[in-house]
Design a protein around this ligand. Structure first.
Ligand code: MG
Length: 399
């Protein structure tokens, strides 16, 4: 029997959560591959994208080799792009993807980890939980640049903006690790619905407490729901068990450090156009369409907010009238006394009253700039003012 003996025990769980109406997460768990995909895109798009990714991979991991796996991810990306091109309802759909699978390499059997997006793979070994994958998200980029703290990232309103995903274009960049197959190691694959609800310490405590992978997966999902369940949540817990005959990873230190990923870059094109040299990988120019779209969208949002804010200031600044003394004249101005930012008050009308008509007390009152929401309001004040300085004459007796 040439089929390799099962080396894993695993359990998986998924839930729509308490807020979303449908579950756009999908997972695949077999003896030879574990995948979590968190789909996104309106209507059914997210579910479809995640489903295509997972089904495509199920086919392509039949032969678990280093070239076959990234090629399978590339094909899955292509399938999603093509499905979206065919059906306008699915336009804009995409998915994250994280994957763990044993692969045969030149140095023997290894455990491949692949990631695109912000679903995560953790390794729990020697009682320590380590995140293997790096999130391809805007907040993670900001954390790496030192512009956000990890604590700020956890609550950042834009924390779901991805810098990479499957299905958003012909370009695809995936992170790739080959780790030792070490019996006793436990892997967790999950969507962001888990780690946005639970801290690493809670995840680690659950993995420590529950030896059965299916129980651990169920419990992690349950805890995520209990602490809010604001997103779909999916967890696969994979235990590496015995049967390791080629000891592929003895070179790896036991300190649990995770090496930096290899980055595989694909620039799929139907036709060889004039774009010529694609960047080999990792370059800033190879960010995918979604990233550009999201960032452009974000900047546009900021611009809209600024315009709306400026408009609101303008409306506030101009929707007011006040009375003032200008030389010898009593005038009505539109705006706020002293102006607001660059909105200076403008002269609306010169009234029939003169400063010389006012008593010192009334002059002081006018200099305090009484304000009104309408021009009529300000005119009413001036009329009343006129009555206060020119008492209505005694009625003339008729006859
Ligand atoms: Mg999610």
């Amino acid at each position: 029997m040439s089929e390799p003996e099962a080396r894993f025990r695993w359990g998986a769980a998924t839930d729509t959560g308490r807020v979303r109406s449908n579950n756009q997460d999908t997972y695949l768990a077999t003896d030879s591959v574990f995948v979590v995909a968190d789909g996104m895109g309106g209507h059914q798009g997210g579910e479809v994208a995640a489903q295509i990714a997972v089904e495509g991979l199920a086919d392509s991991v039949a032969e678990a080799t280093t070239p076959a796996l990234p090629e399978g991810v590339r094909r899955a990306n292509r399938s999603i792009v093509e499905a979206a091109d065919r059906d306008s309802d699915l336009r804009g759909m995409g998915t994250t993807l994280c994957l763990v699978a044993p692969v045969d390499t030149e140095v023997g059997r290894r455990l491949a980890v692949v990631n695109v997006g912000d679903s995560r793979v953790y390794r729990y070994a020697a009682d320590r939980l380590r995140q293997v994958t790096e999130d391809h998200s805007l907040v993670e980029s900001l954390v790496r640049e030192g512009r956000l703290t990890p604590e700020e990232a956890l609550v950042h309103p834009q924390r779901n903006i991805l810098t990479r995903a499957l299905g958003v274009g012909d370009e695809l960049q995936l992170d790739w690790w080959e780790l030792a197959v070490r019996p006793g190691d436990r892997y967790v694959l999950c969507s962001d619905g888990l780690f946005n609800e639970l801290g690493d310490d809670q995840i680690a405590a659950t993995l420590r407490r529950l030896a059965q992978p299916d129980e651990a997966a169920d419990e992690l999902v349950r805890l995520a729901l209990e602490s809010g369940g604001r997103d779909n949540v999916t967890v696969i817990v994979v235990d590496v068990v015995g049967g390791d005959d080629d000891k592929g990873g003895d070179d790896e230190p036991d300190d649990g450090d995770i090496p930096a990923p290899e980055v595989a870059h694909f620039a799929d094109r139907d036709d060889d156009d004039d774009s010529g040299g694609e960047p080999p990988d990792g370059g800033g120019s190879s960010r995918d369409r979604r990233f550009r779209w999201r960032v452009v969208g974000y900047l546009a949002l900021v611009a809209v907010i600024l315009v709306v804010a400026a408009g609101a200031v303008g409306v506030y600044a101009r929707s007011n009238y006040f009375v003032d003394v200008d030389g010898d004249e009593i005038v009505i101005l539109q705006g706020r006394p002293g102006g607001v930012l660059w909105f200076d008050p403008t002269l609306e009308e010169v009234t029939a009253l003169a400063v010389g008509d006012l008593t010192p007390a009334l002059k002081e009152e006018v200099e305090a700039n009484p304000e009104y929401a309408s021009l009529d309001g300000a005119r009413g004040y001036v009329e009343a003012l006129a009555e206060r300085i020119e008492p209505i004459p005694e009625p003339t007796a008729i006859d």
